[in-house]
Design a protein. Structure first.
Length: 94
């Protein structure tokens, strides 16, 4: 028996997308990888952004059909770009 240690892996699974100013953080949204799907969600508190840039409550996994998943989960680059635009929009409207 060997005492070989398996390789350590590091994976980015969450980004905090925020806009900072002299007074602190003006807006912040999380982009989180969804386990097992390779897709990314744009989240703020208990809400998730859809493809129409609308926020909605996240239903339990058992209630998420393919249509819901397609509207709320994105590839990595799309999710980050959408989150950046949403943070900018929130600051403009504040």
């Amino acid at each position: 028996m060997t005492n070989e240690i398996p390789a350590v892996t590091v994976e980015i699974t969450r980004y905090a997308v925020s806009l900072h100013g002299e007074g602190g953080v003006f807006a912040s949204i999380n982009v989180e990888q969804q386990r097992g799907s390779g897709r990314w969600a744009i989240k703020m508190d208990n809400d998730m952004m859809d493809a129409a840039h609308e926020w909605s409550y996240v239903p339990p996994a058992s209630e998420r059909d393919d249509e819901w998943v397609a509207a709320h989960l994105f590839d990595h680059d799309t999710a980050l770009e959408m989150a950046k635009k949403e943070v900018e929009r929130q600051v403009r409207e504040a």
